[in-house]
Design a binder for this molecule. Sequence first.
Ligand SMILES: *Cc1c(COP(=O)(O)O)cnc(C)c1O
Ligand code: SF4
Length: 328
Amino acid sequence: MEKKPFTKLTHLLDFLEFSLENRGLIWDRPRFPLLVPQRMAMKMEKNNPECPIFLQFVPLIKEKETIEGFSCEPVQDPIFRLAPKILQKYEGRSLLLTTKACAMHCRYCFRQNFSYETETIGFSKELDLIRNNPRLHEVILSGGDPLSLKNTSLIPLLKELEEIKHIQYIRFHTRTLISNPERLDDELYNCLSLLQKKVVFVVHVNHPRELDEDLKICFTQLKKIGVELLSQTVLLKGVNDNIAILEKLCFSLFNHGVLPYYLHQLDKVKGAAHFEVPVELGLELIEELRGRLPGYLVPRYVQEIPQRRSKTPVESAFKESLHPLKSF
Ligand SMILES: *Cc1c(COP(=O)(O)O)cnc(C)c1O
Ligand code: SF4
């Protein structure tokens, strides 16, 4: 049986045997509520407010600070909303906001203030847009987390997408498996195995400790049916802004069958300023990774700049900030 996630701060801090002094660092009434799956809590060190797993999920008092440049909607996604549950930002690929729900609440999440459409059930408007746009070749299931959908919603959606000729790839952006590998149940697995479209999973992993033998089994199962596995990582101060950790993460991902895809510069969402890593340090880390890893294990270090046709390599964004591009 799946154990319930922690939603009460005192329960989690008791479980982690937190001292009174350390409890003083924690914010007990954050805007974005606490949600920590058992599996993540078990990977946290006892009574250590600097633990890299703890930091990702437990709200610190620091979240209350208002810092210039950090806002509620840092990537301006709402302007790319074609229908309530679809973002069309880049050519050829559409992103479905399948649900508001996630298996866990990450403190640095750039979507924590997004106003999701939660009234309508199903995706009829969104599917019509996809059907009527032959230039699309890929649909990204995002959210929230698409694996928060029950099979009774997810499987019909996959079947509808399977029927659309011009769609070649179905991509999941998910973090759920990290906390709940059992979410890949037989019903979902069978459905995925029967799809003719190429299926890609981009799994969100920030620290090597998030990976383990259970995930290896889960990922091996996915690979068996031809699912492509990629990762995305957010560069986070105190969590993974360290060459040894990043190197270990990339090797460990590969040993679990996953190719490192993106390393994201933090999106400047309100409350997450204490996670920001300066781009100068990020660029140095990537340079050092290039020296230590085979080329195919070096993630692309990117940042989200609204209005661009794709994610922007941090290197070029950095050069532009030194020598701003002229507009013609
Ligand atoms: C990141 C993102 C994508 C996917 O971009 P890729 O570079 O293809 O991985 C698509 N749509 C939106 C809105 C995105 O933010
Ligand atoms: S799982 Fe992803 S979408 Fe959900 S809270 Fe974490 S970062 Fe945000």
